[in-house]
Design a protein around this ligand. Structure first.
Ligand SMILES: NC(=O)c1ccc[n+]([C@@H]2O[C@H](COP(=O)([O-])OP(=O)(O)OC[C@H]3O[C@@H](n4cnc5c(N)ncnc54)[C@H](OP(=O)(O)O)[C@@H]3O)[C@@H](O)[C@H]2O)c1
Length: 282
């Protein structure tokens, strides 16, 4: 059962579930059907897709097949680099909405900052929001410098920045900046793509709390005030990953997990790759 505590308040007045399901690299239709239905049943309301993931149409069919009322779910999609620019953003958003079988998405993100279309893309986001095609607008992979640059021309600022965060990349500085500027941090690769679940400290805490390593890391994000979208293609894991609202890590254990910082990234450092074609593979 969801409660108000399971949502973050966004600066635009909307609410966003703290925990959602990531859908990167899930492109098998029957898996998507099983995951969407199983996740909803387990309490997930937020589903994170992107034009780049090439599964928006499958997600749309899965929502329909599961019979989920539009207002009962929170759907995020992201504008791909090749669709940036004012007209292209709006056109590609129409295609995404058609694929998702929706007349709005809850959250639209710029997938990566691109110098070439930096302000035009954002103007299109502001228009899409004004026209009701999206409820909230945000960005992804923006560094502090990008946010400050955007602020020089934006009429409204992003309410979410979806960035890479996991115990080996705690992102403390930008998270503090987000907090000062009413931007919610949403962690991608919150489990470090699974690799960090084998870390000896994570394993020891899992034994100590009687929880799985993934549940320990998910709880760490939540206690830091970070939203997150762990991905699994296995419905049992999806269900276990949301079963984290009945325990709390002691403050010293939260700090100990911050102590795992290695500044290692799965993706590129966004402040260094600000041009088309430089971001992947990740
Ligand atoms: N904005 C961006 O640029 C960007 C970039 C990357 C990702 N994202 C979003 O963020 C989401 C999450 O990131 P991610 O998929 O890269 O990485 P992640 O969520 O950190 O890790 C996913 C990996 O962890 C494994 N896993 C999940 N739950 C587990 C559990 N309970 N026990 C053991 N292993 C577990 C999964 O394996 P199985 O699938 O086999 O269970 C998968 O290999 C993506 O799906 C996507 O929606 C956004």
């Amino acid at each position: 059962m969801l409660t108000a505590e399971d949502f973050y308040q966004l600066a635009d007045g909307n609410q966003m579930p703290k925990l959602g399901l990531g859908m990167y690299k899930v492109t098998d239709e029957s898996t998507i059907q099983t995951l969407v239905a199983g996740a909803y049943q387990a309490g997930y309301r937020l589903f994170d897709t992107a034009q780049m993931y090439q599964n928006e149409a499958m997600m749309g069919r899965a929502f329909q097949n599961a019979g989920l009322a539009r207002q009962s779910i929170f759907v995020t999609t992201k504008i791909a680099e090749e669709n940036q620019g004012y007209d292209a953003t709006l056109r590609s958003l129409e295609s995404s909405l058609k694929a998702l079988q929706m007349d709005y998405v809850d959250l639209l993100l710029v997938h990566w900052p691109l110098h070439q279309h930096f302000f035009d893309t954002w103007r299109a986001f502001e228009r899409a929001k004004a026209e009701g095609m999206v409820r909230s607008i945000g960005v992804s992979n923006y560094g502090q410098i990008h946010l400050q640059y955007l602020a020089t021309q934006a009429n409204e600022m992003p309410v979410v920045n979806q960035i890479e965060v996991h115990p080996y990349l705690g992102q403390k500085a930008i998270q503090a900046y987000h907090q000062e500027n009413q931007i919610v941090t949403q962690a991608w690769a919150p489990l470090g793509r699974g690799g960090e679940l084998n870390d000896p400290l994570v394993q020891r805490l899992a034994t100590q709390y009687g929880k799985s390593p993934a549940q320990i890391v998910i709880r760490w994000h939540l206690q830091n005030g970070t939203a997150l979208i762990p991905k699994s293609s296995q419905v049992e894991r999806v269900q276990a990953n949301i079963d984290v609202f009945d325990f709390e890590l002691a403050p010293e254990d939260v700090n100990a997990l911050y102590g795992l910082e290695r500044y290692t990234r799965i993706s590129q450092e966004p402040e260094l790759v600000y041009e088309r074609g430089a971001q992947y593979p990740h």
